[in-house]
Design a protein around this ligand. Structure first.
Ligand SMILES: [Zn+2]
Length: 339
């Protein structure tokens, strides 16, 4: 396919995004707008200065600026604007469903109420469904650099809002904070009827992915790249049909791979792993969902069948119910039959 034909094909392909941190979709322009609206003083003079600061090379440097940027989010209207801006980008990329992460501790630790975050995000989701036809679910992430007690306190704050939350996850600094650290709080969340996911094997070792699977019994693995270092683990993930939410441009930006040509996505598909493509923190990592598909497709020479498999995996690995999954998969079949 030519680049134009590829872009047209992938844009039209119905697809879901399963790994996207809503705070990581905060574009410099919106950061400035919200700072002005809320009277927050930023340590940057211009949008260009913020973009220059995005030249980080590892997860920790990224997280430092990411938490600084989140400081402009104060009211429900801010969270709604943030969510809507993301959903508009997703819809323009041909995304029809998203399961988005949010980090309540990043906000409650600054004095923003848990309910304010939920109110804003769900208002954005409702407007996105009405105006764009995009559906969405929320996944509450515990910050793994904080302790178990803080995670339990956050779960307690979430209890009045369980109807609005589909699942819980683990994000932030991975190395030194294995999934086992949060085994009890994740089990408590599961007992409340929530799905459980975890970032594992992004920078952390295969042992963390084993823990996520065996100890936490996750419903999905976020990233999972380093699972490929362990053949037994890879076989186990294939056997159990565990969905991996892979984020190619994020891996490139954070130097998990030196070049997208070396990205393991194609190998994952050939091994039979249920890999998906996602943008992670698109404002910071150089592209939204479509850009992740296109750059990876070009670098790895992904075939039309492989692209269709990635789209199918994004729905089979989602938390939509079985009837809705079947309807979405039929939509992909219909698209392929006519393109
Ligand atoms: Zn992530």
């Amino acid at each position: 396919m030519t680049d134009t034909a590829l872009e047209t094909f992938v844009r039209g392909l119905p697809k879901a995004e399963l790994h996207m941190h809503i705070e990581g979709s905060l574009e410099p322009e919106l950061m400035f707008e919200l700072a002005e609206r809320n009277g927050v003083v930023l340590p940057f003079q211009s949008v260009d200065e913020i973009r220059a600061a995005y030249a980080f090379s590892n997860l920790q440097d990224f997280l430092d600026i990411y938490y600084q940027g989140a400081g402009v989010l104060l009211t429900a209207a801010d969270f709604k604007d943030l969510a809507l801006a993301y959903f508009r980008r997703l819809a323009a990329d041909g995304g029809t469903h998203a399961e988005i992460f949010f980090d309540p501790q990043t906000h409650t630790d600054r004095g923003v109420a848990f309910g304010t975050v939920i109110e804003g995000l769900t208002a954005g989701m409702a407007q996105a469904q009405a105006e764009l036809g995009v559906t969405a679910k929320l996944i509450l992430c515990f910050l793994r650099h904080l302790d178990e007690a803080a995670a339990f306190a956050t779960l307690e704050q979430a209890k009045p809002y369980l109807a609005q939350i589909a699942g819980v996850g683990l994000d932030s600094s991975e190395v030194g904070h294995p999934p086992a650290k949060f085994a009890r709080v994740l089990q408590a969340a599961r007992d409340l009827g929530l799905k459980v996911v975890a970032h594992a094997g992004e920078e952390g070792p295969p042992a963390y992915v084993w823990e996520a699977v065996d100890l936490i019994k996750v419903d999905r693995i976020d990233h999972g790249n380093r699972a490929l270092e362990d053949d037994c683990l890879t076989a186990r993930l294939v056997q159990d049909g565990v969905t991996l939410t892979v984020c190619p441009l994020s891996n490139l930006k954070l130097c998990g791979v030196s070049d997208l040509k070396h990205h393991p996505l194609k190998r994952m598909l050939k091994l039979g792993l249920k890999a998906t493509v996602n943008s992670d923190d698109p404002a910071y990592f150089g592209g939204y969902l479509l850009e992740n598909y296109l750059q990876t497709a070009q670098a790895l020479d992904l075939t039309r069948d492989e692209l269709a498999t990635l789209a199918r995996n994004s729905f089979t690995g989602s938390f939509l119910d079985d009837a809705e999954k079947a309807r979405r998969l039929a939509g992909i079949d219909a698209y392929l039959a006519s393109h």
